[in-house]
Design a protein around this ligand. Sequence first.
Ligand SMILES: NC(=O)C1=CN([C@@H]2O[C@H](COP(=O)(O)OP(=O)(O)OC[C@H]3O[C@@H](n4cnc5c(N)ncnc54)[C@H](OP(=O)(O)O)[C@@H]3O)[C@@H](O)[C@H]2O)C=CC1
Ligand SMILES: CC(=O)N[C@@H](CCC(=O)OP(=O)(O)O)C(=O)O
Length: 305
Amino acid sequence: MSKMPKIFIDGEYGTTGLGIRQRLEKLPVQVCSIPVEKRHDMNVRLDMMAQVDLVVLCLPDDASRESVAAVQSLSGHQPKVLDASTAFRTDPDWVYGFAELDQDQAAKIKKAPLVANPGCYSSGAIALLHPLVQAEIMDKNYPVTINAISGYSGGGKQMIASYEVKKNAPPFMLYGLNLQHKHLPEIVHYAGLSREPIFVPSVGNFAQGMIVSVPLHLDILSKQASVGDIRQCLKQHYTNAETVAFIDEDSAKLSGDQLALTDKMELRVHSNARQDMVVLTAIFDNLGKGASGAAIQNIRLMLGV
Ligand SMILES: NC(=O)C1=CN([C@@H]2O[C@H](COP(=O)(O)OP(=O)(O)OC[C@H]3O[C@@H](n4cnc5c(N)ncnc54)[C@H](OP(=O)(O)O)[C@@H]3O)[C@@H](O)[C@H]2O)C=CC1
Ligand SMILES: CC(=O)N[C@@H](CCC(=O)OP(=O)(O)O)C(=O)O
């Protein structure tokens, strides 16, 4: 009999679920599936949950909450849960699945029964902001602005269809202009901010990829930090990181799909000639380090594979 850990992906036929399933093919795990036509049947799903070591939820928020309640209703064996939705990311009973957050985050993920996979935009914003707030280079109350562009796969099956099948979607659009995007609570929480950032996401006519950028005026950061201090802080924080790299170059152009089809994230600090303002950037694949790639990192930690 196989000793490989068993995984059930609830939502395995959606965009994030499929990305995780493909990546799992390379790992020593057994993926337990249900037929596609049973994907909404809670009895069939619950049966599967009872048999596995890890349940990965790739569902909308409300469906995720229902599945977590179902897992917790199981008597006896309780599988670990990794949730890809927004539902539990700031819940104190869950560990945030951004392994590079702090030195001990990977160890916390390893031990946790419940892990929340970060949002795509949040991953980039937190990767840039958390080390600067932690090092007190940036005051918690700094008026942060976050601009970001995502490939259209970030909107799941419906948005993909509007670009690829119906072809009625705009080449570029800003959205979230009510300034209440669902990723703001986790960004505030894990970046360590006390003032909510202004966050303007956007979507472009390319399938996969993401740039998150944060402009900063150095004269109003908490310390008299130089461009070099900011670079040094990010470089040091990610020295031994598995998937996040600080790139010590000030390139004048970045392309949204530069890291598409990879699970990596690159961080840069771009400055003006006077060295009194910078733009921090994070580039990655929204379906890679922004979703399925990060999920695989967490699955490996949670199952020790
Ligand atoms: N796409 C991305 O870049 C990212 C997505 N996420 C998050 O991952 C989760 C999944 O998103 P994504 O893969 O994009 O979404 P998709 O719409 O592509 O897939 C969702 C899947 O869940 C199924 N589903 C929906 N409701 C239920 C339900 N009540 N019970 C059982 N199955 C259900 C859908 O079935 P059906 O076919 O019937 O609709 C579909 O197969 C979301 O929380 C999303 O916010 C996180 C990071 C990035
Ligand atoms: C382009 C697009 O629509 N993107 C999605 C975010 C995708 C994502 O990461 O959502 P999670 O919070 O579930 O992880 C949005 O802005 O709602």
